[in-house]
Write a protein that binds this ligand. Structure first.
Ligand SMILES: NC(=O)c1ccc[n+]([C@@H]2O[C@H](COP(=O)([O-])OP(=O)(O)OC[C@H]3O[C@@H](n4cnc5c(N)ncnc54)[C@H](OP(=O)(O)O)[C@@H]3O)[C@@H](O)[C@H]2O)c1
Length: 278
């Protein structure tokens, strides 16, 4: 079995591979995740909501890769943020994933039904104390909500997961994470594929003998404190996205990519669920 040495990031005792494998929209994903593990991914991002936990669990089991060598992430959906629902959702996730624990457990989106954040943070911390999650974090929280969550959670939050790619300016949130000692985990790091035809990324990629996806991912790595979780159903793309550790971008190239940000660059913005973004 091949094993790529993937650099890691750490915060608050949580150490995770800087590139992980995203699984949203993959449907029945057993074979795809099996390929990702073969290619060398050791960080897998799933969620109760994606319907991919079963496939992820089965492929991990079948892969022969020791559970302890995989950084496994799941999320509790916004419908289940009351303490009792939260605990039930975690139990269901663990059952589908065929494991006793996840490495990182996220609240997937902030509450929209008035569930007190203190109640949810208590439930998140309880999952950690019971050994069902080694580390905990929040996803799709803005800065104010994350600060509130950090204050209310009896256990330290280690990671904030949010959308980030070259078309979206997240400089305020990145600066906040650095100051607060949180790892920033970038979802949609390829802009759900939209970045791949970008002429600037294309030109840099051609000059470097790399692909636009590799340039987009490398740019996230070079900013520091950012993990990325690209999703692919194509084993060649999977391998390519892990092969981003043998080159660096110049300051000029980084500047050109930073300049691609657009006011309408955000992709995941569900009406009625998204907080006021920073
Ligand atoms: N917390 C949240 O609310 C949230 C929201 C959205 C996403 N996420 C997480 O973040 C993950 C990634 O985001 P995403 O799935 O939306 O989009 P993404 O990873 O930005 O883009 C996926 C697209 O890029 C293509 N691709 C991937 N690697 C490639 C490569 N090396 N070369 C060329 N094309 C490549 C894929 O096509 P092929 O299959 O053809 O390679 C696919 O169409 C999700 O799967 C999920 O785990 C979390």
């Amino acid at each position: 079995m091949s094993r790529t040495a993937i650099p890691t990031l750490s915060a608050k005792g949580c150490e995770l591979p800087v590139i992980g494998f995203g699984t949203s929209q993959l449907g029945v994903c057993g074979e795809i995740v099996a390929n990702a593990l073969k290619v060398g991914y050791r960080h897998i991002d799933t969620a109760w909501k994606y319907g991919t936990e079963q496939g992820v669990g089965e492929s991990i089991k079948a892969s022969g890769v020791p559970r302890k060598d995989i950084f496994l992430v799941t999320k509790v959906s916004h419908e289940y943020l009351r303490a009792a629902d939260f605990a039930k959702s975690v139990e269901e996730s663990l059952e589908r994933l065929q494991t006793d624990y996840v490495d990182l457990l996220f609240v997937h989106w902030p509450a929209i039904d008035g569930t007190p954040l203190a109640e949810t943070m208590g439930a998140l911390a309880k999952a950690k104390r019971e050994g069902k999650a080694r580390h905990v974090g929040v996803a799709n929280f803005n800065i104010a909500l994350t600060e509130e969550a950090m204050r209310l959670c009896p256990e330290p939050l280690a990671v904030l997961q949010a959308e980030y790619h070259a078309y979206l300016d997240q400089s305020r949130v990145l600066a906040f994470c650095r100051k607060a000692g949180l790892i920033f985990m970038a979802y949609c790091p390829l802009g759900r594929g939209r970045l791949l035809g970008d002429p600037v990324l294309g030109e840099i990629a051609r000059n470097r003998g790399k692909s636009p996806a590799q340039i987009a991912l490398r740019r996230l790595i070079e900013q520091g404190n950012i993990a990325s979780i690209p999703r692919s159903a194509n084993p060649q793309h999977m391998a390519e996205s892990l092969d981003v550790f043998n080159f660096t971008l110049t300051d000029e190239e980084m500047k050109r990519i930073h300049a691609l940000k657009r006011p309408d660059g955000r992709i995941a913005n569900p009406k009625g669920r998204a907080p006021a973004w920073d």
